[in-house]
Design a protein around this ligand. Structure first.
Ligand code: ZN
Length: 593
């Protein structure tokens, strides 16, 4: 361990050709040097650790080299090159604007710029993190940038181009550095590993490369960390343990389970992942990426978008054969929705579990052909009564004929309060009640909910999870209900702000032990609440620890006291009340912006 040098420094490229992953850019720079067309100011932009400062240093060395090669590389042998390589050249100045960003720092630099070089042709000034310069320092610098001495070349580097003044941008030749591809990083890590006598599995290097997210410096420091952790023998297992990365094997297994509708297995696998200390959100975004990788593996033309090493690539290709594009699109969408709702969800685990169940049912055959897929959670469309559709997940349910009788397989269902078996309002006719109590069955609520999301019949199978079945049926008061109701409204995402406001204005009224009623004043509001009802009930079951809580929506158009929520509704109310306002609006042709 004596004289240990971190790999990022030890293997810093010293020629343009050895810079990884920026080929187009280094070629342009070399051509400029060979043709002698040098600008006075360059701006190197791009994420951290992709080679901006390294290229700036190589550039400085190369333009001062006395025996430039034909293709524009430094010789690394002349006096100037030696001075650069030994870091004793006077022709290069580096200023880190992150820590030296005052006017005085810039003034010192400007003083320095005036002095011509003793040896070589150019002095190169590298200003790193140039966006960090204070406004005053920027202004002081601008003059020098406008009229620099012949021998001065500025290379400004930044990770945040948008923070630079247009006056600076317009005076620079701009080079945008890319994030470095996973395969490029793997290749370089293999090179470093070989040089260092480190044994490393390709899959392990892939994990490191993915973790580095396009930055070579990060990749090398992660590499160093794993090397010291594993004493120079990097296996895939040791890498994922050390870097707290979830094994991709889980995603392959899970996808197989989802494709074969094995809901229970999927939930158990998720449980294992949680027990290993991984976060649900991390898990679901990883799953989404997995689906995405499968999708790009399906088509030879997009295969290049798959950034994994050789062995895993064929695994992806094999699994992709079993997935229909439709399954992948839908599953990606479901995972993405889950990710978006994750932060605001009160029951994050349930959210992920629901997503897994929905994914597992994407390829489920229709009810009447469901033979052989026993652990599937069955939908309860046929039941127009109020069964809370909580068939056990663990217990295989015999495949149902379309007109199957209610499957009371669990005590929860048996305890259900008696409700009229014949629903006075068949589902299809429930759309246009004026003054009547809409009694929606659990299933029809779900159906409406899903219709509103434009879902197809294939996914009309959302069911409560195992978690929901363990809920006891606790008694609750109207105040408890009111609180839970408001909590739900408050947690709605921004795009449902109108619903949240409407819910805040409603006071749920308890009808009996479990049933409550809300009153809305028009059909639109009723439909909107209906679309939320499944989700509301689900949340209330959880919050009140009572799985029998049911919501009734009562539409009372006759006694509607106008409640204005949106701007146009408010305007309508105002126009109704004030005739002059109506005239004014007409005369001037006003309308809401
Ligand atoms: Zn040289």
């Amino acid at each position: 361990m004596e004289n240990y040098i971190v790999s990022a420094r030890k293997y810093r490229p010293s020629t343009f050709d050895s810079v990884i992953g920026q080929r187009a850019l280094t070629t342009t720079l070399k051509n400029a040097i060979v043709s002698g067309k040098l600008a006075h100011a360059y701006l190197f932009c791009g994420p951290r650790g992709v080679g901006k400062t390294t290229c700036a240093r190589i550039f400085a060395k190369t333009i001062n080299c006395q025996h430039l090669s034909a293709d524009g590389e430094a010789c690394n042998e002349c006096e100037s090159c030696m001075a650069f390589n030994e870091q004793r050249s006077y022709n290069i100045f580096e200023l880190d604007a992150a820590s030296n960003n005052s006017v005085d720092d810039i003034r010192n630099l400007i003083e320095e710029v005036r002095i011509p070089p003793q040896i070589g042709k150019y002095k190169v000034y590298i200003i790193d993190e140039v966006h960090m310069l204070s406004a005053a320092a920027f202004n002081a610098f601008l003059k020098t940038l406008e009229e620099p001495p012949k021998h001065a070349i500025f290379i400004l580097a930044t990770t945040e181009k948008h923070k630079l003044l247009p006056t600076i941008l317009s005076r620079c030749q701009i080079y945008d550095f890319n994030r470095i591809g996973v395969n490029d990083i793997i290749e370089h890590l293999q090179y470093v590993a070989a040089k260092e006598g480190v044994k490393a599995e390709p899959d392990a290097l892939m994990v490191i490369a993915q973790k580095a997210d396009g930055g070579m410096r990060d990749a090398l420091s992660i590499f160093d960390q794993v090397v010291s952790f594993t004493q120079g023998n990097i296996t895939y297992k040791s890498a994922i343990d050390n870097l707290n990365v979830l094994d991709y094997e889980y995603y392959f297994q899970l996808t197989d389970m989802l494709l074969t509708n094995k809901v229970s297995d999927a939930l158990l696998l998720f449980n294992t992942v949680l027990q290993k200390g991984f976060d649900g959100n991390h898990f679901i975004t990883g799953l989404a990426s997995h689906f995405r990788d499968l999708l790009v593996s399906k088509d030879a033309s997009t295969l290049s978008l798959l950034e994994v090493s050789g062995d895993v690539k064929s695994k992806y290709r094999n699994q992709a054969q079993n997935c229909s594009p439709r399954f992948l699109f839908k599953a990606m969408k479901l995972c993405n929705d889950c990710d978006l709702n994750y932060r605001t969800s009160k029951n994050k685990r349930l959210l992920v579990e629901l997503t897994l169940i929905e994914c597992a049912q994407l390829t489920a055959p229709n009810d009447d052909v469901a033979e052989g897929h026993s652990p599937k959670i069955k939908p309860t469309f046929q039941q127009t009564t109020t069964q809370p559709s909580s068939q056990a997940t663990a217990k295989p349910v015999a495949p149902a004929k379309p007109a199957a009788a209610p499957k009371a397989t669990n005590t929860n269902v048996a305890k259900q309060p008696a409700t009229p078996k014949s629903n006075p309002f068949p589902e299809e006719k429930k759309q246009t009640p004026t003054i009547q109590t809409v009694r929606l069955s659990d299933t029809s609520i779900k159906r409406i909910h899903q219709k509103s999301q434009g879902e197809t019949a294939a996914s009309e199978k959302t069911q409560p999870t195992a978690a929901e079945q363990t809920i006891t049926n606790k008694p609750f008061s109207e105040a408890d209900l009111d609180l839970a109701w408001r909590e739900y409204a408050a947690a709605l995402p921004v795009e449902r702000k109108a619903d949240a406001q409407r819910m805040m204005a409603i006071r749920p009224k308890l009808l009996d032990d479990n049933k409550f009623q809300i009153v809305v004043y028009n059909q639109l509001a009723a439909e909107s609440m209906q679309s939320l009802s499944a989700s509301i009930e689900e949340s209330l079951h959880k919050k009140l620890q009572n799985s029998q809580v049911k919501m009734q929506i009562h539409v009372n158009e006759a006694s509607e006291e106008k409640r204005a929520f949106t701007a146009s509704e408010k305007l309508e109310v105002m126009l109704d009340k004030n005739n002059n306002l109506k005239k004014l609006q007409k005369k001037l042709g006003l309308e809401l912006a």
